[in-house]
Design a protein around this ligand. Structure first.
Ligand code: WT7
Length: 670
C-alpha cells in the first residue's frame, strides 16, 4: 500500500471520550438510544433502505392530512442518469408545516410553554403557550390572506429575535406561502436584492429593534430597500419600541397590532404537498450573487425534527436555548422548527451574550432551567476570554447537552465548554451542517456517541459521507484519509434547488463530483471513522459563524469610486475564527490620507452588505498577483498574510511576479 501523506495527521491520534456519566444523572428518564451499537444498527438501515427508514420515521413523527404512498424517489446516486431531477421525498403526501409545529401541541396541551422570550432587557420577557401561539398565528395568517398572499407566494421577513418572528413564520406556512427571512443585520442593499430575487410582495418587519442596549432603525432600513422594490405592495410592521419618528407610507404600511384585531383567533391550516417549498434562505457562495436556498416541506421538517430529537436528545419537557438568529439556518432549524416539531419549549433571545454583562447566557440558563444550549464557538471564545468570574455564580445544572455549530471548535474551547459550562456532566455535540443540508449532517448523538474535541464525529441517519481526492476526483476509501467532503445519497432535508436557478444548484453541488453532493468543505476521516471538518475549500469565509463570500465583499468594495480592483481573503482570527482582509488597489495612487480611505472602504462594505461583513484589515497595494489569464491568485495573498512567504511555490507563472515583494512589504508594515 502506498504511504499516506496527511497534512492533519495529528488529528488521527485523538482518542474518543465516552459520553459523560453525569449526563444520565441529569436526565429526566433515559436517552432515546441506549448505545452506540443501536445507533450503528439504525444508521446502517437508514443507508441500506432510506425509503423504509425515513418512511417509517415520517409516518411516526409527522401528522399528514393525506398519507404518502411513495416514501422516496431518489434510488439512484445523484445525477447517475443525469436527467437533472431534483431529489424528492414522500411525494404524494399532504401536510401542513404549521399544523405540525403548533396545532397538534395546542390541541394536546394548550397551556404548555412554546416560546420563552428573553428580551434585550433582562426583566422584559414573556412566555407564550402553544394555545396562545396558535391564536396569534391564525390572526396573522388572515392578515396575510387579506393582503393577497397566496399559496406559493414568497413573503420577506426582516425581524429581530422576538416571538413575533416565530408567529410570522408559522403564519406564512399555515397558508402554504413561502418565507424568505433576511437576517436583520443585512443592509438595505442586501435586503433589496433578496426581496427582488424572491419577488416578495409583502415584507414583515418592526418599527425598531433593540440589541445589546442599542436601538436599530429597522423600518428605516426596510424603507431604503423598498425604494427599489416596485412589486412590494405592503409592509406589516410590528411595534417593538413604539418610538414615534419612524418613516411611514400610508396605504402601503400597516401596523401589526391594528390588523390582527380584525380577525378571529382560528383559521384552518392549508394542506400542501410534501415537496412544496417551505422557505427560501439566502446564503453566500463563491460568486457575488447570493443563492436562494430552497427547502421543501416534508423533508425539511423531518430533518429538523429528527436531529433535534436524536442529536440533542430532546424530551417533551426540555427547554432548548439556541443562541442563534432566525436570520440564519441555525435559527430556522433549532430555534423555530426543531423544538416546535418536538412539542418542546424554545428560548427566543433578543440580546447579545455581553449585555448587560458576560453572564447573560448563564443567567438565562439558570432562570429557565435550560436543558440544551446551542451556540457558535465564536461566542464561546468571547466568553472564555471574559473569564470565569462571570460563570461561577451560576449552577448550570439543568444542562444536559451543549451544542456547537458553524465552525470548527478548537480543543481548548471545547475543554473550557466541557469543564466550565457542562461541569463535566453535559454531552458536547459539535454539529456539522449547512444552510443547504437543512439539518445536522455529521454530529454526535447526545448520550450515545463518544466525542473527540474538535471532531464532529459520525454521520446522522441517512448521511453517507465520502472523502474525495480533489485532484483526481476519486473517492478515498477506508480510514485515515483526507480530502474534500461529499455525500453519496440524498437525505430528506437537503435543499431541492437554488430559487429559480437549478442550473447553478447542479453546478455548485452536484456536478463537481459526479454522483455526489459536494459540501464545499475539506475533511478528514480518522482511524476510528470519525470526521474532522477542515474548513471551506471555496471562496467562502466564515466570520463568527457567518458565511461570507469573498466575491460579494469585492463587489461591495468596487462600489467605492476610488477602487480600481480588490481581492478579499480570510485569515485566522482569535475571536471570530476567520476575519476578512481586503487587498485594494486604488485608481489614484497618490492619496493623502490612507487611513481615511480605509475607513471609507469599511463603511462601504457595511453599507452594501452589513456591519458583520466589514473587513478587519484593508491593505492598500499597487497591484494584485495575477496569472497570465488575469485570474487573481488569492492563495498567494493568504500565504503572505499568514507570514508564510517562504511557501509561495512557483511565482514565475504570475504575469507580474515583481508584485510579490511589494505585497510582503505592505503586509509587514500593517
Ligand atoms: C458552513 C455552513 C450550519 C449552521 C451554521 C452555518 C461550516 C458548520 C461546522 C462545524 C466545522 C462547520 C462549514 C459549512 N461549519 N458547522 N461543526 N465544524 N465547520 O451554516 O452559513 O450554511 O455555513 O459552516 O464550512 O460548510 P452556513
Amino acid at each position: 500500500m502506498p504511504e499516506k501523506h496527511l497534512e492533519n495527521e495529528h488529528l488521527m491520534r485523538e482518542r474518543a471520550l465516552e459520553p459523560p456519566a453525569g449526563f444520565l444523572e441529569r436526565h429526566p428518564s433515559k436517552p432515546y438510544l441506549s448505545s452506540l451499537d443501536e445507533y450503528k444498527n439504525m444508521y446502517e438501515e437508514s443507508i441500506r433502505d432510506p425509503g423504509s427508514f425515513f418512511g417509517g420515521m415520517a409516518e411516526q413523527h409527522l401528522s399528514w392530512f393525506k398519507p404518502f404512498t411513495v416514501p422516496k424517489v431518489p434510488n439512484a446516486p445523484f445525477l447517475k442518469d443525469n436527467n437533472g431531477e431534483p431529489s424528492a421525498w414522500f411525494v404524494d403526501g399532504e401536510l401542513n408545516a404549521c399544523y405540525n409545529c403548533v396545532d397538534r401541541w395546542a390541541i394536546k396541551n394548550p397551556d404548555k410553554p412554546a416560546i420563552i422570550y428573553e428580551a434585550d432587557e433582562p426583566d422584559q420577557g414573556q412566555i407564550i403557550t402553544y394555545g396562545e401561539l396558535l391564536k396569534q398565528v391564525c390572526k396573522v395568517s388572515q392578515v396575510l390572506l387579506n393582503l393577497g398572499v397566496k399559496k406559493g407566494d414568497t413573503v420577506a421577513v426582516y425581524l429581530p429575535m422576538i416571538p413575533e418572528a416565530i408567529v410570522t413564520l408559522m403564519a406564512i406556512i399555515r397558508i402554504g406561502a413561502i418565507h424568505s427571512v433576511v437576517f436583520a443585520g443585512f443592509s438595505s442593499g442586501s435586503l433589496r436584492d433578496r426581496i427582488n430575487d424572491a419577488n416578495s410582495k409583502v415584507v414583515i418587519t418592526t418599527d425598531e429593534s433593540k440589541r445589546g442596549g442599542k436601538i436599530i432603525e429597522t423600518k428605516k432600513i426596510v424603507d431604503d430597500a423598498l425604494l427599489a422594490c416596485p412589486q412590494v405592495t405592503n409592509v406589516l410592521v410590528y411595534k417593538r419600541t413604539g418610538n414615534s419618528h419612524i418613516p411611514w407610507t400610508e396605504g402601503r404600511d400597516l401596523w401589526w397590532h391594528e390588523e390582527v384585531k380584525k380577525y378571529p383567533s382560528y383559521y384552518p391550516a392549508t394542506p400542501v404537498s410534501a415537496e412544496d417549498t417551505l422557505f427560501l434562505l439566502y446564503t453566500s457562495g463563491s460568486t457575488g450573487k447570493p443563492k436562494g436556498i430552497q427547502h421543501s416541506t416534508a423533508g425539511y421538517l423531518l430533518g429538523a425534527l429528527l436531529t433535534t430529537k436524536y442529536v440533542f436528545d430532546v424530551h417533551p419537557d426540555d427547554i432548548l436555548f439556541t443562541a442563534g438568529d432566525v436570520g440564519w439556518i441555525t435559527g430556522h432549524s433549532y430555534v423555530v422548527y426543531g423544538p416546535l416539531l418536538n412539542g418542546a419549549t424554545t428560548v427566543v433571545f433578543e440580546g447579545t451574550p455581553a449585555y448587560p454583562n458576560y453572564s447573560r447566557y448563564w443567567e438565562i440558563v439558570d432562570k429557565y432551567k435550560v436543558t440544551q444550549f446551542y451556540v457558535a464557538p465564536t461566542a464561546l471564545r468571547l466568553l472564555k476570554r471574559a473569564g470565569e468570574s462571570y460563570i461561577e455564580p451560576y449552577s448550570l445544572q439543568s444542562l444536559r447537552v451543549l451544542g456547537s455549530v458553524g465552525e470548527p471548535i478548537a480543543k481548548d474551547v471545547w475543554e473550557w465548554y466541557n469543564a466550565h459550562i457542562g461541569r463535566g456532566k453535559a454531552h458536547i455535540c459539535d454539529t456539522y451542517w449547512q444552510t443547504e443540508s437543512g439539518s445536522h449532517l455529521i454530529t454526535p448523538l447526545a448520550g450515545v456517541t463518544p466525542t473527540k474535541p474538535g471532531s464532529a464525529s459520525l454521520p446522522f441517519f441517512g448521511i453517507d459521507p465520502a472523502i474525495i481526492d480533489p485532484v483526481s476526483g476519486k473517492e478515498l476509501e477506508g480510514n485515515e484519509v483526507e480530502g474534500v467532503l461529499a455525500i453519496r445519497s440524498s437525505w430528506p432535508s437537503m435543499a431541492r434547488t437554488i430559487w429559480r436557478d437549478y442550473g447553478r444548484f447542479l453546478d455548485t453541488y452536484l456536478r463537481p463530483y459526479h454522483g455526489y453532493y459536494f459540501s464545499g468543505d475539506g475533511a478528514a476521516r480518522d482511524k476510528d471513522g470519525f470526521y474532522w471538518i477542515l474548513g471551506r475549500v471555496d471562496d467562502v469565509v466564515n466570520v463568527s459563524g457567518h458565511r461570507l463570500s469573498t466575491a460579494e465583499i469585492e463587489a461591495a468594495l468596487i462600489e467605492h469610486s476610488m477602487v480600481a480592483e480588490s481581492a478579499v481573503v480570510g485569515f485566522p482570527d482569535e475571536l471570530t475564527g476567520s476575519a476578512v482582509a481586503a487587498f485594494v488597489s486604488l485608481k489614484n495612487r497618490s492619496i493623502e490620507d490612507p487611513s481615511a480611505i480605509k475607513k471609507e472602504l469599511i463603511l462601504t462594505v457595511r453599507k452594501e452588505i452589513g456591519p458583520f461583513a466589514a473587513p478587519k484589515l484593508i491593505l492598500l497595494v499597487n497591484d494584485l498577483p495575477k496569472t497570465r489569464s488575469g485570474k487573481i491568485m488569492r492563495r498567494i495573498l493568504r500565504k503572505i498574510l499568514s507570514g508564510e512567504e517562504d511557501q509561495l511555490g512557483d511565482t514565475s507563472t504570475l504575469s507580474n511576479p515583481q508584485v510579490v515583494s511589494h505585497l510582503i512589504e505592505v503586509v509587514k508594515a500593517k
